[in-house]
Design a protein around this ligand. Structure first.
Ligand SMILES: Nc1ncnc2c1ncn2[C@@H]1O[C@H](COP(=O)(O)OP(=O)(O)OP(=O)(O)O)[C@@H](O)[C@H]1O
Length: 378
């Protein structure tokens, strides 16, 4: 077992003994004073405001690095609202989980502060914001070229998120169900590497890979449009609930529209969904890759958890979809080079200007059908 897995397992056994205690592993997480947080945010100055979520407000801040006073880190500081009933359990769940998990595609937690009734979490700052802004509101992205994400960038983002969720489900001793996977909880770093965030609703399950259910006795929760319909019916959440939410993310990545907008555009039964794929992507996705991507999406969105793939399977298949795209691009580029070499000495055109991929042989009926069933759940 790796170091992180061991410490997570130690933590979980300790946690079991002290059911309601605020157990927090000091050695894995920095505890900030309120004075340090105030200095970092200039007393929560509005000019440093980033955004507001269900549990609190996030500010940009500058923190002196522990043990190296000359270095300053740019951070995101989430200040939990005093009046949020779910705020306290969400704060503790997030700190307890995140400070023990280490994965390239999980938001890195730097530390926390709990003093004078304030509850604050400090994370690495993600300069490219949320995936949902990139897909649905590109104008929200400050100081950025508003050019939409390319298909390969989207695939790589999906693969990164799939790896993070797979790690939560199967890479630690006790499976962790995030329960809040959505395009809003996927943050992008300066290289557009995705980092899964929002762990306030996460639940620890039985030992990983047991496929056992976690029975929820709390109110149904999650982000509207992303919640597993089986969980809505039964109140039981499993790792397949995250698979369903991730299926909605895949759909939104393909369409560049939020599920709520898509549900409003639902056609009458039997009709084809209009303009299913993001128009920007048309002609830029290799048909085999598109088929594979649609197939994964459809399977993640199946009605029952038992019919859905595991996150491990989803990750491998998305990696395969990326390979299909890359080999098709390489073939296309070679053809293009051959043509341009034989006709002129002009340099090859960029990929998006080359002859379009066409989709004549792809049946959209399965994804259309799934779409129509899916939007009925919302
Ligand atoms: N580490 C970060 N770096 C940059 N921006 C962040 C970071 N964490 C959060 N944000 C931004 O701050 C805003 C509020 O985030 P927050 O996580 O509180 O809300 P949320 O995304 O709605 O999730 P939740 O469901 O947990 O409330 C969002 O716009 C988010 O993009």
């Amino acid at each position: 077992m790796g170091r992180t897995a061991q410490s997570v397992s130690r933590f979980f056994s300790r946690r079991k003994k002290k059911q309601n205690d605020w157990a927090f592993p000091e050695e894995l997480c920095r505890r900030f004073t309120l004075a340090e947080i105030s200095a970092a945010t200039q007393c929560f100055d509005q000019t440093l405001f980033i955004g507001k979520g269900a549990f609190g407000t996030v500010y940009k801040g500058r923190i002196k690095v522990d043990g190296d006073e000359d270095r300053i880190d740019v951070v995101a500081i989430k200040r939990f609202s005093e009046d949020s009933i779910q705020g306290m359990p969400a704060f503790r769940a997030e700190v307890q989980l995140l400070c023990q998990l280490r994965h390239h595609n999980l938001i890195p937690l730097i530390g926390f502060c709990e003093a004078n009734g304030e509850r604050i979490i400090v994370y690495d700052y993600m300069p490219n914001g949320k995936l949902s802004d990139y897909l649905f509101h590109p104008s929200n992205i400050k100081n950025k070229d508003p050019f939409p994400l390319t298909w390969k960038q989207r695939l790589k983002i999906c693969i990164g998120v799939a790896r993070a969720i797979h790690y939560l489900h199967a890479g630690v001793k006790h499976a962790i169900i995030n329960r809040n996977v959505s395009c809003h909880s996927i943050l992008l770093d300066h290289n557009l590497v995705p980092k899964l965030s929002s762990f306030g609703l996460s639940k620890m399950g039985p030992p990983a890979l047991s496929n056992a259910l976690i029975k929820m006795n709390s109110n149904l929760t999650g982000t509207f449009g992303y919640v597993d319909p089986e969980y809505l019916d039964s109140g039981n959440v499993t790792e397949k609930s995250d698979v369903y939410s991730f299926g909605v993310v895949l759909l939104e990545v393909l369409c560049a529209k939020s599920i709520l907008i898509l549900s409003n555009e639902r056609p009458d039964s039997g009709e084809i969904f209009p303009d299913l794929i993001d128009p920007f992507l048309k002609g830029k996705v290799a048909p085999d890759c598109l088929k594979k991507f649609m197939n994964i999406t459809v399977r993640c969105l199946r009605r029952t958890g038992a019919e859905r793939p595991t996150m491990g399977e989803v990750q491998v298949e998305l990696e395969c979809a990326l390979e299909l795209q890359e080999s098709a691009d390489a073939v296309k580029q070679l053809k293009e080079l051959g043509t341009s070499a034989s006709t002129s000495l002009a340099p090859p055109l960029p990929a998006h200007d080359m002859e379009d991929y066409t989709y004549e042989n792809i049946s959209f009926s399965e994804i259309n059908e799934t779409f129509c069933i899916l939007v009925r759940f919302i």
